[in-house]
Design a protein around this ligand. Structure first.
Ligand SMILES: [Zn+2]
Length: 156
């Protein structure tokens, strides 16, 4: 399976391709639905969440991985996740993996926002959706990369 650096590179390359595709659809107004739905705010939230997930929310949070260590003193927040999920078990399931990580993060963020007095209902749903899409896609690319690279390694 690829190391953290390779995962980061693959994920960033995929994001560049996605952003190029979205620019093509919106700037040249190729697709009416894309033009209506995709604004610069949604795309920014999507991209930032995707990058954040690439560096901090990898399915490899189930081991002492680079993304896990990047949380520094806050890695304690992911300690229960690491203990519950055995490596490359459910965390690398294409449905349960991203879902469990996003739910874990949502709980952490919700508690944090409530503590500083932010009204959770005031966060626009379109940004929550864009952020969730960005994070889930980043994790799916990780899971697909793990799968493809371990499969090709078997042939050599
Ligand atoms: Zn992995």
């Amino acid at each position: 399976m690829p190391d953290a650096k390779t995962h980061d590179k693959i994920n960033i390359a995929v994001l560049i391709v996605i952003l190029a595709g979205l620019s093509y659809l919106t700037i040249w107004k190729e697709n009416e639905m894309a033009v209506g739905y995709l604004d610069i705010y949604r795309i920014s939230v999507f991209s930032i969440s995707y990058l954040f997930a690439t560096f901090f929310l990898s399915p490899d949070l189930d081991i002492e991985s680079k993304p896990y260590k990047r949380w520094k003193m806050f890695k304690i927040l992911w300690w229960p996740y690491k203990v519950i999920f055995k490596h490359r078990g459910f965390s690398h399931n294409p449905v349960i993996g991203p879902l469990s990580i996003v739910i874990n993060l949502a709980l952490i963020v919700a508690v944090l926002l409530l503590l500083i007095g932010v009204d959770l209902y005031k966060i626009p749903l379109r940004f929550i959706l864009a952020a969730t899409a960005g994070m889930c896609l980043s994790m799916e690319i990780h899971i697909i990369s793990d799968f493809l690279i371990s499969k090709t390694k078997r042939y050599f």
